[in-house]
Design a protein around this ligand. Structure first.
Ligand SMILES: Nc1nc2c(ncn2[C@@H]2O[C@H](COP(=O)(O)OP(=O)(O)OP(=O)(O)O)[C@@H](O)[C@H]2O)c(=O)[nH]1
Length: 230
């Protein structure tokens, strides 16, 4: 159950949601993308999880800086042949969790390629969190934290090490990502408000819901400013 709903009744939540943020989870196959998402969305871990086929998403609603935010988190297979992608998957994404496995060097070596894919398909302001998962497998670690920190600094990514199995840092990593997205969106909203106020008198002062681009959510929003590219 969503712990951060702060006592809002479930049936009232939808109409109270301020923003829907689309987040994508990417990274090589078997690094733990699906399990990280399940841990965050449902606080669950499944020991016999199968490789993802196609695209799935889960949601969780949290409060960030007084705003009720629905995180809509998309998961797809890391394996090339199962990937249903790429432009559609990234369209409207405001954040990305880029996951590697601290016990598999190759999954870290491929991170640069995933960053490139993000840079070429996603919005340029997308917030990226690099995640070293399976932190519980201490004895099998082959990717050192310092190497990942250096890479993240170089590329302007946020970074965290998690364990979907124990749950360590999973919440905090997602919340940090959502907080950073909220900063970007709030800034953009202010700029748009200013421009809209200047250009369209009737919209001046009205509340703006910046939508993630996920078509599923559009009917649920009261007011939509389709793509705020100002
Ligand atoms: N020890 C440990 N195992 C994990 C952790 N996270 C995931 N796993 C295991 O790693 C395997 C792959 O996990 P998934 O979540 O299915 O990986 P994925 O990245 O979604 O894989 P694809 O769908 O193929 O892209 C499963 O056997 C999980 O049980 C973790 O934090 N610790």
């Amino acid at each position: 159950m969503n712990q951060e709903m702060n006592g809002v009744e479930p049936e009232r939540i939808q109409e109270k949601i301020d923003y829907v943020f689309k987040v994508v989870v990417i990274g090589d196959s078997a690094v733990g993308k699906t399990q990280i998402l399940s841990r965050f969305a449902k606080n669950e871990f499944c020991f016999d999880s199968k490789s993802t086929i196609g695209v799935e998403f889960q949601t969780r609603t949290v409060t960030i800086n007084g705003k009720l935010i629905k995180a809509q988190i998309w998961d797809t297979a890391g394996q090339e042949r199962y990937r249903a992608v790429t432009s559609a998957y990234y369209r409207g994404a405001l954040g990305a969790m880029l996951v590697y496995d601290i016990t598999k060097r190759q999954t870290f070596d491929h991170v640069a390629r995933w960053v490139e894919e993000l840079r070429s398909h996603a919005d340029s302001s997308i917030v990226i969190m690099l995640i070293g998962n399976k932190g519980d497998l201490v004895e099998q670690r082959v990717v050192q934290t310092e190497d990942a920190v250096e890479f993240a600094d170089d590329q302007g990514l946020f970074f965290s090490e998690t364990s979907a199995l124990s749950g360590e840092n999973v919440n905090s990593a997602f919340l940090k990502l959502l907080e950073e997205i909220n900063k970007v969106v709030s800034k953009r909203s202010l700029e748009c408000n200013k421009n809209i106020g200047n250009n369209v008198g009737t919209l001046k002062g009205s509340k703006i819901d910046i939508i993630s681009g996920a078509e599923l959510e559009i009917s649920e929003m009261k007011k939509v400013v389709p793509s705020c590219s100002c």
